[in-house]
Design a protein around this ligand. Sequence first.
Ligand code: DGY
Length: 323
Amino acid sequence: MTRPRIILTARWPASIEAELKERYDVTFNLDDHPFSADELRQALRDYDAVCPTVVDPLNAKVMETHPIRCRIIANFGVGINHIDLEMARKSNITVTNTPGVLTNCTADLTMTLILMAARRAGEGERLVRAGQWHGWRPTQLLGTRVTGKTLGIIGMGRIGQAVARRAAKGFGMHILYHHPRPLDTSIVNHLNAQSCATVDELLPRCDFVSLHCPGGAKNRHLIGARELQLMPSHAYLINTARGEVVDTQALIEILRQGRIRGAALDVYENEPRIDPQLTRLDNVVLLPHLGSATSETRTAMGLRVLQNLDAFFAGRTPPDRVV
Ligand code: DGY
């Protein structure tokens, strides 16, 4: 019996690649180069399953290609804003993602960013590495206390809730949140969290604002110049969601003016290109999209893709079907 042909657009953890090889006729991206639009089109034409990541824009221009052999796009990641779901529907392609398994690590990284920004950890590390640290002083690199402060969470899904748990239970933070749908009262009560009907209502009340909403057109520049102006001047903006949720130029301007205290970013508009103006600012922490980057989580994400592929090719509905 011929095995389904599948292609991975990037290197995956070795144990998962080995599993895939056992079950499928699989093509690996051995040198881990970023796929071009033409390579993505070719993949859709030549393979039964295409397994992309967040860096592969399967937009309308790419998905217009034909004839398409691909029957399932099994994404390695939870966010699917890089895939044109409407085109997938029209072309009768199933789309799956990997929810749940990266919640804790992304929430951990969000706490890392909150602490790094507030405690000026990046600045401190740069100082030490530059050989510029000449000893302890009472006034050196004074940051902001995190414990007991107010954290505003925009997007209280799985990851937002996991951040809220860490912040409330570990750091005694007061939680405000904005979410498009009402949350289960047991969750709200457990966190002693307060709902804000709008983003505008939440922003002026926070010491830290953390973004956990999906990317895509709907939330593009949800945080722009007007919203940043609503934040208190001592507040910090944290983004581990998607780059396009924040208007980068507006953020650069507001950070340059010192209109907010700082920001910490793991994701960027036009990744992996980072506006050089950002790298010149000291009041922003910049990480290279590390949210889910632990061996445990990346392996779990791979296993999840495997389960989706196995179900699909066995004629069952994949557990994480989005389309
Ligand atoms: C996701 O899964 O959407 C992440 O951003 C990749 O780590």
